[in-house]
Design a binder for this molecule. Structure first.
Ligand code: PMP
Ligand code: GLN
Length: 387
């Protein structure tokens, strides 16, 4: 393994899912739903396969039907904020958000460029920045147990920008903390990006999983449309994490740059699933509302169970993850805690320290996923009461 990747090894998600299988534990680690997405969308994939649509290389930027559906979806949900995009020049279909992130970083960074990311951050950010030869500059979201939430220190963010900063890599709703950045925070980030002439890659894969307030795309803020690469994914919104269909929306020049990188990573993404996701994006509003309401109820079940078991719970406003503090249980090392948890309680979780450069900052936090059947969440909550 070369020096760029040496520090990364195996992702925590693979490690913890293997541990769950090995120990027969309830897997609240890796974020994937235990119920597949809508039947009609699965049928759409089957129809595409059977009818010979997408069984050979689809077009590089993605099939026109999906690009049109992404543009229509953007207009439907964010048109009132002034957002729209041209399906032919401003949309790129990718192999999940993961490829969108990697391809964007590979396309937009010069070696040595600095990238500011909010710590704790999703693990592929650090690896993606490293692959592109960039330098990551973490700005730490601070846990505030009083309010049960995380705060972004805007002065810290401002101070992190140097003459070498090329871009900010943002994520809202935020994995793993469940933070949804506020209008004021986003406006300030937008102002900073414009002032310092920075690009922003914004990972909004949890855009439809917002339980309080609303999701505001960064691209809708003044001056941002032309400097923002927005990333979406069908994995979270439609509960098909195995399909690996994601997308980028950005102005033509930026989409073109990301496409240049993408074409030598995967060239194209699987064809039949693109047809199915095009149909999924056109599901009625009731689908999106039901998804959110269902996950909100699940959040509440798990949050209550975790609080009763003695964890300090950071109640997420979005995503399907709950971050907890394990110190009230008499522990302060999330890695050790998560490695022992299957044995102690038959549950698997993720130590948040993996999402930090400042490992000490993340040490006492542990993440649980709640995208599971209610009965599974109740079972997990019962098991955790033993701790
Ligand atoms: N970004 C974030 C914040 C995520 O949590 C995930 C994984 N769930 C991804 C990107 C990757 O998404 P995909 O599975 O579409 O590659
Ligand atoms: N994004 C999912 C999570 O945070 C997992 C994705 C993966 O396994 N790479 O749990």
């Amino acid at each position: 393994l070369n020096r760029r990747l040496a520090e990364f090894g195996t992702t925590i998600f693979a490690e913890m899912s293997a541990l769950a299988v090995r120990t027969g534990s309830i897997n609240l680690g890796q974020g994937f739903p235990d119920a597949d997405g809508p039947e009609e969308v699965r049928e759409a994939a089957v129809r595409a396969l059977r009818d010979g649509r997408g069984n050979q290389y689809p077009p590089g930027p993605g099939i026109p039907e999906l690009r049109a559906a992404v543009a229509t979806h953007q207009e439907r949900f964010y048109g009132h904020l002034g957002l729209s995009c041209d399906p032919d020049t401003e949309v790129l279909v990718t192999a999940g958000a993961t490829e969108a992130i990697a391809a964007s970083l590979l396309a937009l960074l010069e070696p040595g460029d600095e990238v500011i990311a909010l710590e704790p951050y999703y693990d592929s950010y650090a690896a993606g920045i490293a692959l592109a030869g960039g330098r990551r500059v973490p700005v730490t979201l601070r846990a505030d147990p009083e309010s049960g939430s995380y705060r972004l220190d805007l002065d810290e963010l401002r101070d992190a920008v140097t003459d070498h900063t090329r871009l900010i890599l943002l994520n809202t709703p935020h994995n793993p903390t469940g933070t949804v950045l506020s209008r004021e925070e986003l406006a300030e980030i937008a102002r900073l990006a414009c002032e310092r002439d920075l690009l922003v890659i914004t990972d909004e894969v949890y855009e439809h999983l917002v339980f309080e307030g609303e999701h505001l795309p960064l691209a809708s803020f003044p001056g941002m449309r032309e400097r923002t690469v927005t990333i979406g994914s069908a994995g979270k919104t439609f509960s098909f994490t195995g399909w690996k269909v994601g997308w980028v929306t950005a102005p033509p020049e930026l989409v073109g740059a990301v496409r240049s990188a993408k074409q030598f990573l995967t060239y194209v993404s699987a064809g039949p699933f693109q047809y199915a996701v095009a149909e999924a994006l056109a599901l009625p509003d009731s689908y999106f509302t039901a998804l959110r309401d269902d996950l909100r109820a699940k959040r509440d079940i798990l949050a209550t169970g975790l609080a009763e078991a003695g964890f300090t719970v950071f109640r997420p406003s979005g995503t399907y993850f709950i971050t907890t503090d394990i110190r009230p249980l008499g522990h302060d090392d999330g890695f050790a805690f998560c490695r022992a948890l299957p044995e102690r309680a038959g549950v698997v979780a993720i130590p948040n320290a993996v999402f930090y450069d400042h490992k000490d900052q993340g040490a006492p936090y542990v993440r649980f996923a709640f995208c599971k059947q209610e009965s599974v969440l109740r079972d997990a909550a019962d098991r955790l009461q033993k701790l």
